[in-house]
Design a protein around this ligand. Structure first.
Ligand SMILES: [Zn+2]
Length: 419
C-alpha cells in the first residue's frame, strides 16, 4: 500500500511490551499505519520530490494513545465531602458537563480510550446516547457500565442498583437489554482503612455468577467485577468473568488462576496512594492506606511473574484520583512493582485495548489506527513527559499540537529537545 507520509520519531514504544525502538519511521495512509521501517532507509530517498512527506520528530518519543480501563466520569478527584456529595446527587445537566470536562482531561493526558465503571443514575449512558458530533469529546472512545449491580444492603449504592426482586442478577441483566456496554458487578466491600487486610464476604454466589456469565456471553457483553479479598475474587474467577477490578488481598492462588484463564486484572493501586496522601493528618489511616498500597504492589509483582494480563486503570473519580493525570501515577506504581517502562506502557495501551474490545488501537503496527502520542525527550522522561504532550494523532490526523513549531532557518534540528 502506498504511504502518504511518514512520522519519524527518534524513539518509538510500540505498546506490545517490546523494548523501545530507535529511528523507526511509521508509514501512514489515510487513517491507518501501513508500514514501519528504519528511518535511515527513508531519509536517503527523501531527496526525491515524489517521495512522501516526512514529519521529523527527532528529539521526541512516540507511543500509542493511552487506555484507562477503570474510571468514574461523573465524579471528580475532589476530596471535599461537600463537593462529592453534590456530585452524587446532582442532576443530569450538571453531571453531563462534568463528564464532558473529565473526557477533556483524559484527552489532555493522552488517554483516548476508557471504560467507565459505573454511576448511580446511569448518566454516563445518557451522555453516550444524547451527545454526538463535536459537542461530545470526539477523540476519546469509551465503553460504559452504566449502573453497576450489587446485593441489597451491601456496598455499591454509590455506583449502582440491586437486581430485581425475585429475579436473579442474570435475569435482571437480560431484562435490561442492550443499554450498557459492559456489565459491572460489585462482589465485595471497600478496603478497610481502619483494619489492615480486613476481608468482606462475597455479594453473589458461584451459581449466580455462572448464570450471569452465560447470559453475558449470549448478550455479547463483557463482565467486570469489583472484588477485594480471596473469596470475593475466587468466585467470579471460577465461574467466569473478563476482569477483576481492584483485587486487593486476593492472594497468589487467584492470580495464578487468572493467568491460566486469561482473566484481566485492573489493580487501581493509585487509589491507595491517594488515600495515604489525603489522610496524612490521621497517621493510622494514612499508614493503613500505605500498607494496602505496598501489599498491592507486591501482588502486581506476582502478577507479572505468573503472567496475569494486567491493564492500567486508575479509578479516577475516587478521592484524590484525578481524571487523566492519574494514569501517570499508576504507571509509576507499576514500575515500582517491577514492570519496565515498555511493559507499563503495554498495560496502559494494548492490554487495555484488548480488555475494552478496541481492536484498532493500543499497538503501533501495520493495520492499526494511526493514533499516537508524541512526547518530548527520550523514553526515560516517561511517564512524566505525558504532562507535556507535544502532539496527539488520531485516525491519521494531528488533532492536538502544543504549540506551532517555528521553522528554524539553521536546518532540521528545530524539533530537537534536550536529552
Ligand atoms: Zn471504580
Amino acid at each position: 500500500m502506498t504511504v502518504s507520509y511518514f512520522l519519524s520519531p527518534e524513539w518509538m514504544i510500540d505498546g506490545t511490551g517490546s523494548p523501545c525502538r530507535k529511528n523507526a519511521a511509521i508509514g501512514i495512509q489515510g487513517e491507518t499505519i501501513v508500514s514501519i521501517v528504519d528511518s535511515t532507509e527513508i531519509r536517503e530517498k527523501s531527496q526525491d520530490d515524489s517521495f512522501p512527506r516526512i514529519v521529523d520528530l527527532r528529539g521526541f518519543t512516540v507511543l500509542p494513545c493511552l487506555v484507562d480501563s477503570h474510571v468514574h466520569l461523573v465524579m471528580s478527584g475532589s476530596n471535599d465531602p461537600e463537593v462529592r456529595e453534590r456530585q452524587l446527587v446532582s442532576g443530569y445537566s450538571e453531571a453531563g458537563d462534568r463528564i464532558q470536562h473529565h473526557l477533556q482531561e483524559h484527552f489532555r493526558y493522552g488517554v483516548l480510550a476508557l471504560r467507565d465503571g459505573g454511576d448511580r443514575h446511569g448518566y454516563t449512558l445518557r451522555y453516550r446516547d444524547n451527545l454526538s458530533g463535536p459537542s461530545r469529546s470526539p477523540y476519546v472512545s469509551a465503553v460504559f457500565a452504566g449502573k453497576a449491580w450489587h446485593r441489597e444492603g451491601r456496598y455499591g449504592g454509590l455506583i449502582g442498583r440491586v437486581p430485581l426482586k425475585s429475579k436473579g442478577i442474570a435475569e435482571s441483566v437480560a431484562r435490561e437489554g442492550d443499554q450498557s456496554d459492559v456489565i459491572k458487578v460489585v462482589n465485595s466491600g471497600l478496603n478497610s482503612l481502619r483494619e489492615f487486610g480486613k476481608q468482606t464476604l462475597p455479594q453473589f454466589g458461584f451459581q449466580e455468577f455462572k448464570d450471569l456469565w452465560n447470559m453475558a456471553r449470549r448478550l455479547e457483553k463483557k463482565v467486570m467485577v469489583h472484588a477485594n479479598g480471596i473469596e470475593p475474587v475466587s468466585i467470579p474467577v471460577d465461574a467466569g468473568c473478563d476482569s477483576i477490578e481492584h483485587g486487593f488481598f486476593m492472594g497468589r492462588e487467584n492470580l495464578e488462576k487468572m493467568a491460566e484463564k486469561g482473566i484481566f486484572w485492573v489493580p487501581t493501586a493509585v487509589t491507595m496512594e491517594a488515600y495515604s496522601r489525603l489522610m496524612k493528618d490521621d497517621a493510622k489511616i494514612s499508614d493503613i492506606a500505605r500498607r494496602n498500597l505496598d501489599h498491592q504492589l507486591e501482588q502486581i509483582r506476582i502478577a507479572r511473574e505468573c503472567g496475569v494480563r494486567t491493564a492500567m486503570g486508575t479509578d479516577a473519580g475516587s478521592p484524590g484520583v484525578d481524571h487523566g493525570k492519574a494514569v501517570i501515577e499508576e504507571m509509576k506504581l507499576f514500575m515500582d512493582a517491577g514492570y519496565s517502562l515498555e511493559e507499563a506502557v503495554m498495560c496502559a495501551t494494548s492490554a487495555g485495548a484488548d480488555l475494552l474490545g478496541f481492536t484498532e488501537i493500543g499497538q503501533l503496527k501495520p493495520g492499526m489506527n494511526a493514533g499516537f502520542l508524541v512526547v518530548p525527550g527520550p523514553p526515560s522522561k516517561l511517564p512524566d513527559s505525558l504532562e507535556s504532550i507535544q502532539m496527539i494523532w488520531r485516525n491519521g490526523k494531528m488533532v492536538y499540537e502544543k504549540c506551532a513549531v517555528t521553522p528554524d532557518p539553521s536546518g532540521d534540528q528545530n524539533h530537537r529537545m534536550d536529552e
